[in-house]
Structure formats: structure tokens, C-alpha cells
Design a protein around this ligand. Structure first.
Ligand code: CMC
Length: 391
């Protein structure tokens, strides 16, 4: 009507200003605080990258130590949480549980939920980063009927996560450092990606003044869908469904058929019309982990490699600039680490938490208005009510 623009899917609408992450989708560039993701993946680690996203600069040694110690201090969750978990069915999807338990954190910290108080915002950010691995691992343990494992604060962030996932109270577990390093890289590569659907959801929820735990829970819900974070799970499901290299052509043909809703999971991206730089790093990390574990001949991985090759050479995918995205390779690494498929999207949520919280904090600490999109109304024109006996 001339007062606002129509932009379904927000393809060309900038909803905010942000200093956190820069993407050039045509060139395949991703920078956090100005640093290329490739350099961060090679030289930094997940917690240091969390610091960069939250504070806008890399920490010096003392700042890093302090930050890591603060995160360590908050790894445990309130013991009543274990009672809350017991309300869920054991066969619930882990993302269903995560939406609930992360939102429930707001019920434990009402003494520090004043979003206008910088210190309250900071402690909420630390709590979320520290407790996500604990909650994620508890979710897994609950669904398989094993006891929850307490965090071990002498371990690194990723070692601790693997310990809580795969350790048990009867055995002295030792976390494989190669797997912990790969896990750290997966978290780091997911840490932020500017205004994607889940981050935009966190901002929209946050713009109403909702507390950070509730906002992150909204982000987790948005991430769950197969077009977003759920794609890593969908990739592995798809590879299992293909089952044999001889069936790849059939699935590629289905992906190209406009009458078939099927899409090749792990291909395409709204912003990247070139190779996703995270996918390149993830692919290399996947190769390293597989070699280290002697899994190069895994049949699903053979299908993945062949599929990647076919899609990269196929005119349909070339014309639409559909490259393998980060989720195509992350699923392969996670499978090699031993993470069950149903937990893949939880891993994405865990990794993305600093990005969500950094964007929420950036918005709340600046000036913002409640997010309130308009619409093009296409329903009936005004008409008079018809009584029931006359319809
Ligand atoms: N397989 C087959 N065709 C595809 C695919 C695919 N994976 N992705 C897009 N297309 C086609 C689509 O049919 C359309 O073709 P046409 O122009 O002939 O109608 C064209 O490519 C453009 O697609 P679009 O739906 O307009 O693109 P979009 O920007 O709205 O969607 C996407 C982006 C990621 C949702 C989509 O590529 C997709 O569904 N990919 C599979 C799911 C996936 O891997 N998602 C993870 C994204 S990366 C991780 C994250 O950030 O969450």
C-alpha cells in the first residue's frame, strides 16, 4: 500500500545493525569481529571465539583465563533440573527436551534477570554457555536411561561435554583428545552466523523484553527445523535412506524434480552462493577425524563423498549455486565421534549459543524497538456477520 515493502522470507531486509559477524555470500567470506573463520578454526578455540563474539575483541591471556574460569564455575545445573527432566518421555526428541530445559533456566535465576543491568546480562551469558553442554548431555543420558554425569571442571569445555555424554559412573573414562579437538572445532564453526532464522528469532523475542533464557529457548525451537539446524540430522537420515552408491542418481533426480518436494539435505544456502567457508574447514576436519579413527571406508561416508562429487558437477546445482553447506560435513564428523543422529541439532544449538546471546546482548545494550513486521492482507473484504441459521 506504499507504506511498507513486501519481502517474504526477508531476502532483502536488514532488520538491525550489527558489529558481530560479517558474511559475503558471493565470495564465501565469514568474519567474526573481523577475523576470518578459517584463521579462528586453525588458531583459536571455541571459548576464545565465544569471548570474541561477546566482547568484540580477542582476549589477552589474563582475560582468557578469567573467562574460562568463569564458565567453569557455572557448569553445574540446579539439582531440581533432574526432576524436571523426568517429566519427559524417554523417547522424546532431544530438541523437544532442550526447548523446555533451557527455557526453564529462567525459573532458577530470577534474581539476575534485569535485562537493563549489564552485569545481569553478562552472568546470564556465562551461565548459558557453561550450562548448555551439561543440559545437552543430560538430555542424551535421559533418553538412553543412563545416570546423569556431573561436569568435571579440570577438563576442557569439549572434553567435559564428551565426558558427560559418554562417561558412566562405573568406569574411569578417558576422553580421546582427537575427538575433543574435533568437537571443539564443530562448536567453533557453528558459533555465529549473523541474522539466520534462529538468531532473528532470538532478537525478535528479545525485542519484547523477554529474558535471555526464554529468548534462547525460542532460538532452539527455530533451529530445530530441517531447513535450518535440523539439516545435519536430515543429512545422515538421507544418506542412510540412499543406502547404496547405486541409488545416488535416483535421489539426485528426485531433488531436481519440481513435482517432488525432496531436496538434497546439506546442499544450498540462503546467503552463500559459493562454497560455505565453514564447510571447507569442516570437510578438512572430517577427513582428519576419519583418518585418525581409521573410518575412511565407512559406507555412509563413501555415499556422502560420491554425492558431493555428483552434485558439484551437475548443471542443476551449478546453475542454482547449490554447494554443500556446513551441515553436510558436520554430520559426518559427529557420526565419527559417536554422537547419535538425534543429538546432531542439539550440538548445533550448543555451538550457536554464544552467537544468539551476543546478538541478544548487542540489541539490548543499544537502542531497539519491538520487532513487528507488517503484512499484505489477502483475506475477504469487510462483510456483515451472518447468523448461524442463515448460513
Ligand atoms: N536440493 C535441491 N534443490 C534445491 C536445494 C536442495 N537442497 N536447495 C535449493 N534448491 C533449489 C530450489 O528448488 C530453487 O530452485 P528453482 O529456482 O528452480 O525454484 C532454488 O534452488 C533456490 O532455492 P530456495 O528455496 O529459493 O532457496 P532459499 O534461500 O529459500 O533456501 C535453503 C535455502 C538452505 C533452505 C535450501 O537451500 C534448502 O532447503 N537446503 C536443504 C536444507 C539444508 O541443507 N539446510 C541447511 C542450511 S545451512 C545451515 C544453517 O544455516 O542452518
Amino acid at each position: 500500500n506504499g507504506y511498507f515493502t513486501y519481502d517474504p522470507g526477508f531476502v532483502s531486509t536488514a532488520a538491525c545493525e550489527s558489529k558481530i559477524t560479517y558474511i559475503d555470500g558471493d565470495k564465501g567470506v565469514l568474519l567474526h569481529g573481523g577475523y576470518p573463520i578459517e584463521q579462528l578454526a586453525e588458531h583459536s578455540d571455541y571459548l576464545e571465539t565465544c569471548y570474541l563474539l561477546l566482547y568484540g575483541a580477542l582476549p589477552d591471556a589474563e582475560q582468557k583465563d578469567k573467562f574460562v574460569s568463569k564458565v567453569r564455575m557455572h557448569t553445574m545445573v540446579n539439582d531440581q533440573m533432574s526432576t524436571f527432566f523426568k517429566g519427559f518421555r524417554r523417547d522424546a526428541h532431544p530438541m523437544a527436551i532442550m526447548c523446555g530445559v533451557v527455557g526453564a533456566l529462567s525459573a532458577f535465576y530470577h534474581d539476575s534477570l534485569d535485562i537493563k543491568d549489564e552485569k545481569h546480562r553478562e552472568i546470564s551469558a556465562i551461565r548459558l554457555i557453561a550450562k548448555m553442554p551439561t543440559l545437552a548431555a543430560m538430555t542424551y543420558k535421559y533418553t538412553i536411561g543412563q545416570p546423569f554425569m556431573y561436569p568435571q571442571n579440570h577438563l576442557s569445555y569439549s572434553e567435559n561435554f564428551l565426558h558427560m555424554m559418554f562417561g558412566n559412573p562405573c568406569e574411569q573414562d578417558k576422553v580421546n583428545p582427537v575427538l575433543a579437538k574435533a568437537m571443539d572445532k564443530v562448536f567453533l564453526l557453528h558459533a555465529d552466523h549473523e541474522q539466520n532464522a534462529s538468531t532473528s528469532t532470538v532478537r525478535l523475542a528479545g525485542s519484547t523484553g523477554a529474558n535471555p533464557f526464554a529468548c534462547i529457548s525460542a532460538g532452539i525451537a527455530a533451529l530445530w527445523g530441517p531447513s535450518h539446524g535440523g539439516a545435519n540430522e536430515a543429512v545422515l537420515d538421507m544418506l542412510s535412506e540412499i543406502g547404496d552408491a547405486s541409488r545416488i542418481d535416483e535421489f539426485v533426480a528426485r531433488a531436481k524434480d519440481k513435482d517432488d518436494p525432496f531436496r538434497l539435505m546439506g546442499f544450498g544456502h540462503r546467503v552463500y552462493k559459493n562454497f560455505d567457508p565453514r564447510a571447507k574447514v569442516m570437510k578438512q576436519a572430517a577427513d582428519e577425524v576419519l583418518a585418525e579413527l581409521g573410518l575412511e571406508n565407512d559406507p555412509l561416508l563413501a555415499i556422502a563423498k560420491r554425492l558431493e562429487q555428483i552434485a558439484l558437477e551437475d548443471q542443476y546445482f551449478i546453475d542454482r549455486k547449490l554447494y554443500p553447506n556446513v551441515d553436510f560435513y558436520s554430520g559426518i564428523i559427529l557420526k565419527a565421534i559417536g554422537i547419535p543422529t538425534s543429538m546432531f541439532t542439539v550440538i548445533f544449538a550448543l555451538g550457536r549459543t554464544p552467537g544468539w546471546i551476543a546478538h541478544w546482548n548487542e540489541m539490548i545494550s543499544g537502542s531497539y524497538r519491538i520487532g513487528r513486521p507488517r503484512q499484505l492482507y489477502t483475506g475477504p473484504a469487510q462483510r456483515d456477520f451472518v447468523p448461524l441459521d442463515k448460513r
